[in-house]
Design a protein around this ligand. Sequence first.
Ligand code: ATP
Ligand code: MG
Length: 416
Amino acid sequence: MNVELLIIGSELTSGDKLDTNGQWLCRRLASLGLPVRFSTLLGDQWQDNLLAFAMAAERADLVVTSGGLGPTQDDLTRETLARVAGVELLEDPASLETIRAMFARRNREMPERNRVQALLPAGAEALFNRTGTAPGIWMQAGRARFACLPGVPSELKLMMEEQVEPRLRSLGLVNRVVLHRIINLFGLGEAEVEAKALDLTAREHTPEVGITASDATISFRIRGEGPDEATAFASTEPTAQIIRERFGVLVLGEGDVDVPHATVAALSRAGLTLATAESCTGGLIAERITTVPGASQVYRGGLVTYATDVKSSALGVPVELIARHGVVSAEVAESMAVQVRNKLGASIGLSVTGEAGPNSSSDAIPVGTVYVGLATADSVHSKLLQLGREQPRGIIQSRAAKHAMNWTRLTAILRG
Ligand code: ATP
Ligand code: MG
């Protein structure tokens, strides 16, 4: 497989601009198992373009070009390719419509000049440009398959990934698969996770491992590579194994598995059921748990007991207990958990009471203070979370719900 690049632009040959597209394409193509054999940097001269395109059409199987798709006189790629393939340039109505629509979205008339960007060599396929105007070109010329991409680096990358690579795959030309395996954790900060995984995230580590955080869930991203999907996946397994061993029960699962899914799964494995009594999270736990398919096997139901007197009237938390300790307290959280467990007939009762802000009802209890209660047949415990007085309400609620579910998950794992 002979792969060749044509990197076009006089601003590149003059030295005014560094060619970064060529570097990116070389890397990307190599990762697909299609290493580049030749790469030519050329200016916007007609004769030079003709020569370079003709040579590539003769000796390459795949040619990727960068630049020369703009609307100006010096943008020659369309014409050159048509000439080398020995076909005419034809206006592609669909591309013209796309270009018009792009201008319309920016509240502008399409300048007549841009019309040339809808011209395609006869027999060519337009490559959709999601972020710019000029479509790319996909066509056969000589023995080579050409993929002509815009010079703007962001447009080139997107078009390569979204338009060209699927076509290469369906032609059976890609004999290398690159995938990313995601392993999610909850219960440690990003920095703590990173500190425990410096050997894995080191630059020279193979496979490449990255860490990202989203709403307190920390994710390892392992890059796998191989001639096929199974081999690429297998190349990530030793690293995945190390992560699972090192982080143990903190590991939630892979891919889209976050705290709610892992909680339902753990309850289900342990044969336990859950009931919830929520105050400051307002039903968020119930909502998240019931979003998971199969939640009906483990979730009995929940009460949103928001007002203080409802905690007594609906749930049965003693009025004196609330009077003595305050509604945001360990005692009330524990009582809520015990009561909801009994009322709904579940193996685990889970409760949340706290201050989600932006203002606290009591000076003694800062915003972000949340008590979580957890009751089983033979025990009741509570936990104090300090989720940060500067945090917005939504974050405090979301974190409280996640921590509460995670505690349930860990309890189910221990008891299962
Ligand atoms: P269009 O984006 O309209 O298709 P084009 O394909 O002709 O235009 P150019 O006008 O040549 O692209 O370049 C657009 C921008 O992209 C310029 O800022 C240019 O410097 C930059 N660019 C072009 N080629 C490269 C390259 N090989 N590496 C890095 N930047 C490039
Ligand atoms: Mg150009």
